[in-house]
Design a protein around this ligand. Structure first.
Ligand code: GLA
Length: 378
């Protein structure tokens, strides 16, 4: 559907057929939050909600981009300065800016996305990775998937101005069907771990609270600053170098807030490794416990949850989820739960009813299937 919409949108916007259509998925992080920029471990899945980009090279160096999101066409000319007021087009045009040295031409592009915006499911990485994959091909840039992930991150850091880590783009580039990707954010090595949920009748549910968030705002940056401050005080180059055995010493040396921020990261790294082991062994009960511990750590120590996310986690457990936690950068967005597929309807109704009772916005509850990373579709 979205693939066709991208082709039709391109035809309407630019009057010709696109040279090709490429896509990349959003991601849901199973566990490992705010560990990526601390050189730690993360364990996300690519989801079956994708961003499609229909694209053709041009004869000049102009890059034009439009989408189903609004009626505007945004432009950037390669080797010139990035214009202001690009809105969402900063993400795709930022990728073109980062890749400008490989550019052989400009391009026309039309974007259609199934990834909900502001839900903590990396709609931005899905745009960056689909566009980076398309440009890699039309410019014969020869970049690897890992390099394209780094290009997406660079666009986000330097052009959009969000100080985010490498998890989202790596997941969007390297994810596989029915698997989670364990990423070592220090070495950038990845390991695919089969999920095997469907054989047990389980799914990954997403409860999008519809509380919007942005990572270019203060909360994300201040958490990152606290981690860097803690690492510096402890005399290490990143929190990756510390383990749970260091916690007493960290408590002594760091002020209370910095300690709790760093404690989250140190314990979360261990939880990711435990989660990978649990999934490999098929010990889903243990995986569920780890998800809940991760959520508690983000709520109490890292302080990036909101009451809607805490409620979503509680409600998922009330209807019998194996485990649940907020996913993504926090301050809004979505929670995930591992739950029996037959309980999805109950989860949806329970969340709707209790959110309404509490005066929250109506949540969007759906399941996602672990899906493959960026690819060429047509
Ligand atoms: C956002 C960022 C990621 C990561 C998560 C938190 O999604 O883009 O790099 O830091 O938040 O785990």
């Amino acid at each position: 559907m979205s693939l066709e919409k991208a082709k039709i949108g391109f035809l309407e916007a630019f009057g010709t057929e696109p040279a090709g259509v490429w896509s990349a998925p959003g991601r849901a992080n199973l566990i490992g939050e705010h560990t990526d920029y601390n050189n730690g471990f993360v364990f996300p899945v690519g989801i079956d909600r994708r961003t499609y980009v229909a694209l053709s090279p041009r004869k000049d160096m102009l890059c034009r981009i439009s989408s189903a999101l609004d009626a505007k066409t945004y432009e950037y000319e390669i080797s010139k300065k990035m214009p202001k007021n690009l809105d969402w087009a900063l993400y795709p045009l930022g990728v073109a800016w980062v890749m400008r040295e490989s550019a052989k031409s400009g391009f026309d592009a039309y974007i259609v996305s199934d990834v909900p915006v502001g839900a903590g499911l990396s709609s931005s990485a899905a745009i960056e990775c689909s566009v980076a994959t398309a440009l890699n091909e039309i410019w014969s840039a020869g970049k690897s998937r890992q390099e394209l992930a780094l290009i997406g991150q660079q666009a986000e850091n330097e052009v959009v101005g969000a100080p985010t880590g490498i998890m989202d783009q790596t997941a969007s580039m390297l994810a596989q069907k029915d698997a989670a990707v364990m990423i070592d954010c220090q070495s950038l090595e990845t390991e695919l771990v089969p999920m095997g949920l469907s054989s047990q009748g389980l799914v990954v549910a997403v409860i999008d609270t519809r509380v919007a968030h942005r990572h270019s705002d203060g909360g994300y940056r201040s958490r990152r600053d606290a981690c860097e401050k803690g690492a510096k005080k402890m005399g290490v180059s990143s929190l990756r170098e510390l383990g749970e055995a260091d916690l007493p010493q960290m408590e002594e040396k760091l002020d209370d807030v910095t300690y709790r921020r760093c404690k989250h990261v140190v314990t979360e790294n261990r939880r990711v490794l435990d989660a990978v082991e649990s999934l490999k062994k098929g010990d889903l009960a243990r995986l569920g416990e780890l998800l809940l511990q991760s959520h508690a750590s983000m709520r109490d120590d890292f302080e990036i949850s909101v009451v809607e996310l805490d409620t979503a986690v509680e409600l998922a457990m009330e209807v019998g989820a194996v485990g649940a936690r907020m996913t993504g950068g926090g301050f809004g967005g979505a929670a995930i739960a591992i739950i029996d597929e037959s309980k999805m309807e109950l989860l949806r109704e329970h969340c709707k009813a209790i959110f309404a009772k509490k005066g929250f916005a109506e949540p969007n509850v759906f399941s996602v299937a672990p899906s493959e990373g960026a690819r060429k579709d047509a």
